[in-house]
Design a protein around this ligand. Sequence first.
Ligand SMILES: Nc1ncnc2c1ncn2[C@@H]1O[C@H](COP(=O)(O)OP(=O)(O)OP(=O)(O)O)[C@@H](O)[C@H]1O
Ligand SMILES: [Mg+2]
Length: 450
Amino acid sequence: MNGKTLAQYQIVEKIGSGGMGTVYRARDTRLDRDVAIKVLPAELTRDPGRRTRFVQEAKSASAVNHPAIAPIYEIGEDGEDTFIAMEFVDGSTVRQLIQRDELDIGAAVEIGIQVGDALASAHRAGIVHRDIKSDNIMVTRDGHPKVLDFGLAKLVDHGGGDEDDTIMADQKTMAMTQAGMVMGTVAYMSPEQARGLPADQRSDIFSFGIVLYEMATGQLPFHGDSALDTMHAIAFDKSVPIATMREGLPYALQRIIDHCMEKVPDKRYQTLDETIDDLRKVKRQLDSGASMSMPFLERWRPARDGLKLGELSTRGAIVAVAWTLILGSLLITVLSNGGNLWGALPFILIGLMVFGHFRRRRRSMVDRFVNKTKKMKEVQLISWEEDHFVVVVEGAVARSYLKLNATLEGVNDKLYSGRAMELEVRENLSAAELRELAVGSKVRYLRKGL
Ligand SMILES: Nc1ncnc2c1ncn2[C@@H]1O[C@H](COP(=O)(O)OP(=O)(O)OP(=O)(O)O)[C@@H](O)[C@H]1O
Ligand SMILES: [Mg+2]
C-alpha cells in the first residue's frame, strides 16, 4: 500500500489495524497535511443500507467540535476501496501508555476529565460513541487526549442498533464476536451492549468507567478466557476494588469508577458532566496532597461482611425474626395458661409450618431452577450436587449464558440462608462425555433421546 494513492491521499506507512480495517498515515496532497486513513473491509460497506446509516452517523459525529475529539474529514471511495480520512494524531494510544507504565494517577485523572468532557459534548449533541476503549483514545506528544473513531461503531453495530430487535442484535453481536471482529472491544462493552440491548449515552459512561479503571490499575476490570466469559463477567461480576490493586489510589476515584460501572443504567451517572465534576474534586485532592484514605465506615465494611451474620440473607433474617416471634408468643401463651399446652396448639402448628418451609427452601429453589432451565431448548442435561449445578448446553449463545445466570441469581436471591448455589455451563459435549456425566452425578434432567 505504501506509496499508493487513494483519491488525493498518498499513503506513507501503516500505523495499525483493528476491528474495522487498517490504518495508514497519509499525506493529503491537496491540503498539504498529514492525515490518518482507515481503509474499510469490503464486507462492511457492501450493504448499501448499512453504508448509508454509517455515513450519516459519521457525518453527524464529525460535526461535534471539541479539542479532545479527532475529527473525521471525509468518507471517500477510490475504485474498490472505501476509506475514512481523519485527523492524524501524533502520539500514543492510552493502551500503549498503560503498557509502557507511563501514566501516573494524576495523568489518568486529567485524561479522564478531558475525555469525559469530549464525550459529554457529543452526548449533548445526541451522539453515542459505542466503542470507548483505551485503543480509541490517543494522547498527543504534548499531552492532549483525543478521542478517535466517533460515529464509526455504527458500521459494525455491535449491540444497540436502534432499528434491530433485541434478538437480531444479540445474534449479530455473537456472530461478530465469533469472527473475532470485536474481540478487543468486548472487554469494554456495557452490560446492555453485551446483551444486545439498545445502548444510550449511559453505555458510554460504563465503558468510560472501564477505561478509568484500566488507567488507574493497568488491568481490565472484567476479563475471561473467551469473549463469552468476558461478556458474562460484565453482566454479572463485581470488579476487584482499585485500592487493592495499586497502593495509594484515592478512595473517591473508586467511588466514581463504581458509579460509572453500575450494571443497571438507571443507577449509573446519568450524564458525564456529573462524572467530571467528581473527577475534578479528585484532581484538587491530588494537587493539594490531602488525605485520600478510605472513610472509617468503608474500612469497617470488610470486617462487618466477614461476620457470620453475612451467611443469612435479608429475606432469611426476616424469616428468622418471624420464627422467633412465633416461638416467643408460644412461650408466653403456655406460661400465661399455667402450662396448658392446648391453648398454644395453633402457635405450635404455625411454627411447624414455618419451620418446614424454612427447611425445604433450598430444595424447592433447586427444583425451581431445574424447572425453568429445562424449558430452554438448548439445554441437554442438568445435574446438581453440593450446591453446584452443571448445565450442559448445545449450541449455546451469549443469551443462553445470560439467561442461565439470571435464573440462578433469581433463585439464589430467594434463599434464606447458607451458601449461594453455583453454576457451571458446559458446551457441546460428545455423547460419551454426556454419558459419563449422567452416570457420575445426580442428574435432575436429561433431554429425551440422549
Ligand atoms: N487518527 C489516528 N491517528 C493516529 N493513529 C491512529 C489513528 N487512528 C488509529 N490509529 C492507530 O491505529 C491503530 C488501529 O486503529 P483502529 O481504530 O483500526 O483499531 P482499534 O482502535 O483497535 O479498534 P476499533 O476498530 O474498535 O476502533 C490504533 O490503535 C492507533 O494506534
Ligand atoms: Mg480505533
